[in-house]
Write a protein that binds this ligand. Structure first.
Ligand code: BEZ
Ligand code: FE
Length: 274
């Protein structure tokens, strides 16, 4: 094994996975190895840089707990999470485009009547907003019994789970459409907010001259029996950061007019069999 080249080293490493009993795991592991080794070679990674990376990943792991998932934040800010959404939910023509889920969804949001408000805690900067439209199928028929799981930050730019001052479940609600497929959510106009910047994900953003802001948006998961659920947002057309979202989530079809306290947008689901 004296004086082997990087290419021979790669071949040797890959050969150790040839007898893996799990073909999918072997496919993922060997692809990761090929890309990682090529990356190390391409940038000529120094020992010091390798160790800085190890330390950053170590800190990332130590920051993770029930409330904080720094690895997901790293995945989001490197564009990985959005790519996973894109390749796993190829939207049929005309159906609602998906975007990132984010780490602030909470199971068990309160059920609301159509038109009810998701605001529990009023704040001084609140600007009332009514979001309405229809949940439809690909040919425009309304979908009865579609569920909309809605969440957003309060006007201070924080989700309830980030802010001890907020009542749990503030700015969250579950709405179910009737036979007309119509939905209506009373809320406040969303604000642009910064994602956590006090860990390795933020450090990497700032060191590369990037910011940690997301444009103003409201999160939706829209689902119905017999249809593919879509994880998405609606973005405020007048928000800052639409072109530089820290997590690459903006899609033109999801940018809507929220001026005048009203917003109209239809969600279009595709059948789960298609
Ligand atoms: C969010 O929109 O809630 C979010 C998405 C990705 C990272 C952090 C927050
Ligand atoms: Fe968000």
């Amino acid at each position: 094994m004296a004086n082997i080249t990087p290419a021979e080293h790669l071949a040797d490493v890959l050969s150790r996975y040839e007898d893996s009993p799990n073909p999918r795991l072997a496919e993922i592991t060997t692809a990761a190895i090929r890309h990682l080794l090529a990356f190390v070679e391409e940038v000529g990674l120094t020992r010091q840089e390798w160790f800085t990376g190890i330390e950053a990943l170590t800190t990332t792991g130590k920051m993770c707990d029930e409330q904080r998932q720094e690895f997901i934040l790293l995945s989001d800010t490197l564009g990985v999470s959005m790519l996973v959404e894109m390749i796993n939910h190829v939207a049929a023509d005309g159906s609602t485009e998906p975007t990132v889920f984010g780490p602030f969804h909470v199971e068990g949001a309160p059920r609301k009547e159509m038109g009810e408000s998701i605001v529990i805690d009023q704040m001084s900067g609140d600007r009332p907003l009514v979001m309405q439209g229809f949940v439809r199928d690909l040919v425009g028929h309304p979908i009865d019994g579609a569920e909309l799981d809605v969440w957003q930050t309060a006007s201070n730019g924080l989700y309830d789970v980030q802010d001890a001052e907020q009542t749990p479940m503030n700015m969250r609600g579950l709405f179910t459409t009737g036979a007309d497929g119509a939905y209506e959510v009373a809320t406040t106009r969303p604000v642009a907010y910064s994602i956590p910047g006090d860990g390795p994900a933020g450090e990497l953003l700032f060191a590369n001259g990037r910011h940690n802001w997301r444009p103003a948006h409201v999160h939706f998961v829209v689902s119905a029996p017999g249809y593919k659920p879509v994880i998405t947002h609606l973005f405020d057309r007048e928000s800052d950061y639409l072109d530089t979202d820290a997590v690459f989530g903006v899609r033109n079809s999801l940018v809507v007019d929220m001026s005048g306290g009203q917003c109209r947008h239809d969600f279009v689901l595709e059948p789960s069999g298609g």
